[in-house]
Design a protein around this ligand. Structure first.
Ligand SMILES: C[S@@+](CC[C@H](N)C(=O)[O-])C[C@H]1O[C@@H](n2cnc3c(N)ncnc32)[C@H](O)[C@@H]1O
Length: 321
């Protein structure tokens, strides 16, 4: 079942199981994506999708990897393209007309239900390129950037309830320090948490610059890295429950990938990569195809600095035959 309707410009929303008009978001008018896909050639070489196959791209983003997968499986195969950000889905859709892609606004931690809704028990392969896109970072209204002023939001799915401002203004000092330490490895986590709690008594945080300025006053600068980097990363991971979503995806993959099928996951920090590495080492379930994570060449990093921390791991679903 192809839920995308090109006449009405609607995209399936499997959580509601109805066709939902896309919300009007600032990015949906952006003509071209700013995001550059990481490790495109390596991803395609390791996953090696074949004509007629069915693949899932869990993280469509600006559609770069989705397009590569869809071109390979076309014309008889298809790609189910998921993203929890409807603005990214719309942007990607504009880049991938004519390709056999079903666009689905959903969190990838719902993958099993989504496949059932689309009449599928198993697929030939699943791909995920974790985190967020340059387009989301570049849109100040989304609140991901510590450089531009915007609302302290950071939700990848704008229909979700909890924002970064809510966490910053309501979590206890100890809980804030834990978030900054566990998800950002911020050495000054306690100091930042204490100062946040002191400051919010007078005035709750509403903008990215209010928070970034406070962090810059607490954390000494080291090299060229902005002192607010780790706190912003930690908050984004917490707001979107990024590690919880990854764990739920990893848990469901053995059921939804057919024997002999493949999974490829690109991660951007050790908290993610550790989880992927451990899951792919489960004997009798996965056979890791990449003994070491695949990383970008110096040339790609020069072209696309975001690729410097990307790690691709690929595994094949175990088969006895
Ligand atoms: C790094 S970008 C993907 C870039 C994409 N591969 C490309 O080539 O343009 C990550 C995307 O995944 C989405 N995303 C992150 N976590 C998600 C989740 N749990 N479920 C669905 N989408 C998610 C983000 O909204 C973002 O658009």
């Amino acid at each position: 079942m192809c839920a995308y309707n090109s006449e009405t410009n609607w995209i399936s929303r499997p959580t509601a199981f109805t066709l939902t008009p896309l919300p009007k978001l600032p990015m949906s008018t952006t003509p071209r994506p700013v995001h550059t896909s990481v490790l495109p050639a390596e991803t395609l070489a390791w996953l090696d999708p074949q004509p007629g196959q069915t693949w899932v791209d869990c993280t469509v983003g600006s559609g770069g990897h989705t397009r590569l997968l869809a071109e390979r499986v076309a014309p008889t195969g298809r790609v189910l393209g998921l993203d929890q950000d409807p603005a990214m889905l719309e942007l990607a859709r504009q880049q991938c007309a004519e390709l056999p892609i079903v666009w689905i606004h959903a969190n990838f931690d719902q993958l099993s239900d989504i496949l059932i809704r689309h009449g599928l028990a198993q697929v030939d392969g699943v791909f995920a390129d974790l985190g967020f896109c340059s387009d989301q970072l570049a849109c100040a209204e989304r609140g991901f950037s510590f450089r531009d002023d915007g609302p302290l939001d950071m939700r990848l799915d704008p229909t979700q309830a909890t924002t970064a401002a809510e966490l910053v203004n309501t979590l206890s000092e100890a809980a804030l320090a834990d978030v900054f330490w566990e998800y950002g490895e911020e050495r000054y986590s306690r100091r930042v948490a204490r100062r946040i709690v002191e400051r919010r008594r007078a005035k709750p945080f509403t903008t990215t610059q209010e928070l970034a300025e406070l962090v810059r006053q607490c954390v000494p600068r080291s090299g060229t890295i902005d002192p607010a980097t780790r706190v912003f990363q930690a908050l984004r991971i917490a707001v979107n429950d990024e590690l919880g979503c990854l764990e739920r995806l990893l848990a469901v993959l053995p059921r939804v990938v057919r024997p002999g099928g493949k999974v490829g996951i690109i991660s951007f920090h050790s908290l993610e990569d550790r989880r992927v590495k451990q899951a792919f080492r489960t004997p009798g379930v996965w056979q890791p195809l990449t003994p070491k994570p695949v990383q970008a060449t110096a040339e790609e990093i020069q072209r696309n600095p975001r690729a410097r921390s990307a790690k691709l791991r690929v595994a094949q679903r175990w088969t006895d035959v």
